[in-house]
Design a protein around this ligand. Structure first.
Ligand code: SF4
Length: 426
């Protein structure tokens, strides 16, 4: 899902502007290494996102601005928006090259001898996810590791499968190697990422489950203090993963659920695999296994045909399941998806519902943070002088430690936005 634009230009390597998800952030590091090896300098790479029309608009706007500010630099565009709509970027004279989502990960696509302006493959033909060893993440204290790519589902609102292709998993050995090399580089928290991580292993010999993979990787990397999961399909959590939730302290007590809505009719029209009752059952089971667990959730506000009552069902699910960290997305029609052909709600209603959900989300987060008062938590320091607890709460400790460091803190105050704490040990 799109969030803030990130730009890194620490060394004479290319500037990389990354939009969207953690998977894009991971892949930007792979492209940085390929471009460096190819000796590419004076290049700006845009790794785009296609999840909303807004994400596409932001990328085009940023490209035009970059061209104005850097008339002499080469501009290369890749990512999901370039894969789904190459023509949208091919028509822009500001751009020197457009590379597809799988070809962006291949060193030859960055070779100076490569002269083609359009390097786009049929992403549906991609069957494997080649493993890459990323050395680190510039400006990040937590590292992302790709375990899976693509998606075989067809949720009616979603364009991602057309940008990322079929679901494919990275073999366990490769994941363990990547995690180990990041631990050796000093990373103390790893976030496993993908597009549909709960479909992990379906395409591998022996069909290892997501839970089996995680247990194996943790056994092979005993020095890794913290492992966090990215978005999970609520009804596709496997029994091995449930066991880990119950007994693995290094697995952070924070599950981010791809919830999308809390009304059965809307979930059916979205072609999701879960219903409202499943969501409640997942939260109840997780809390029974790990009482301090917290939940985040992706929710779409204003999906076509959503009535006020259906919306209220979603709002109630948030409070009744006691979800804490909400990512709210105003519905955005994506050309080529079935939902774009359904009767659309007025934009004002979509925006209003998104605002109301965000308010509920803010109240839920504050409720959680107020209850943290006096508790002892472990934080990992980030680059902005704040840290993240095991439950993903943002904490400002009484003195700043180097990014990436772990420390035990006692929570002393909630400011509504974040927590203040006293460092008790390191
Ligand atoms: S599971 Fe659904 S929402 Fe998620 S990437 Fe696949 S199609 Fe999109």
């Amino acid at each position: 899902m799109p969030d803030e634009k990130k730009t890194d230009n620490a060394s004479p390597a290319p500037d990389i502007v990354t939009f969207g998800c953690r998977l894009n952030t991971y892949e930007s590091e792979i492209m940085r290494a390929h471009a460096r090896e190819a000796g590419l300098e004076d290049v700006i790479i845009f790794n785009t996102c296609a999840v909303t029309a807004e994400a596409e608009r932001q990328a085009r706007q940023a490209i035009r601005k970059a061209r104005r500010e850097h008339p002499d630099k080469k501009i290369i565009v890749t990512g999901c928006a370039a894969q789904v709509k190459p023509e949208l970027f091919a028509e822009m004279p500001e751009i020197d090259r457009i590379i597809g989502n799988d070809l962006k990960l291949k060193p030859e696509s960055w070779h100076p001898a490569q002269k083609d302006r359009l390097l786009i493959e049929d992403i549906m033909d991609v069957k494997e996810t080649a493993a890459h060893l990323v050395e680190g993440f510039e400006g990040k204290s937590r590292a992302f590791v790709q375990v899976q790519n693509g998606c075989d589902h067809r949720c009616t609102f979603c364009i991602i499968p057309y940008g990322r292709g079929p679901s494919r998993s990275v073999p366990i050995g490769e994941i363990a190697k990547q995690v180990q090399s990041l631990v050796v580089s000093g990373y103390k928290e790893i976030v496993l990422t993908g597009v549909d991580v709960t479909s992990y292993g379906h395409d591998l010999p022996g069909r290892p489950s997501l839970g089996q993979m995680i247990r194996r990787v943790l056994n092979l990397t005993p020095d890794l203090p913290r492992l966090r999961l990215s978005s999970l399909d609520p009804v596709e959590i496997d029994e091995d993963l449930w066991a880990l939730i119950a007994d693995e302290p290094r697995l952070m007590p924070h599950l981010h659920l791809s919830m999308q809505a809390g009304d059965d009719m809307i979930l059916k029209r979205m072609k999701r695999r879960h219903l409202r009752a499943d969501l409640y059952a997942v939260c109840e089971r997780a809390r029974a296994l790990r009482p301090d667990i917290v939940f985040g959730a992706d929710i779409i506000a204003g999906f076509p045909t959503e009535t006020e009552d259906m919306f209220e069902n979603t709002c109630r699910a948030v409070t009744e399941c006691n979800l804490t960290w909400l990512h709210v997305f105003p519905y955005s029609a994506r050309e080529g998806t079935p939902a774009a052909k359904m009767p659309q709600l007025k934009r004002g209603i979509v925006k209003d519902r998104a605002a109301r959900l965000r308010e509920i989300g803010a109240a839920q987060a504050e409720k959680f943070m107020r209850a943290e008062h006096g508790k002892i938590r472990q934080i990992i320091m980030e680059h902005d002088g704040a840290g993240r607890t095991e439950h993903f709460a943002q904490v400002r400790p009484d003195h700043v430690l180097p990014a990436g460091e772990l420390a035990r803190v006692r929570i002393e105050k909630c400011t509504g936005e974040n927590l203040r704490a006293k460092i008790v040990s390191r």
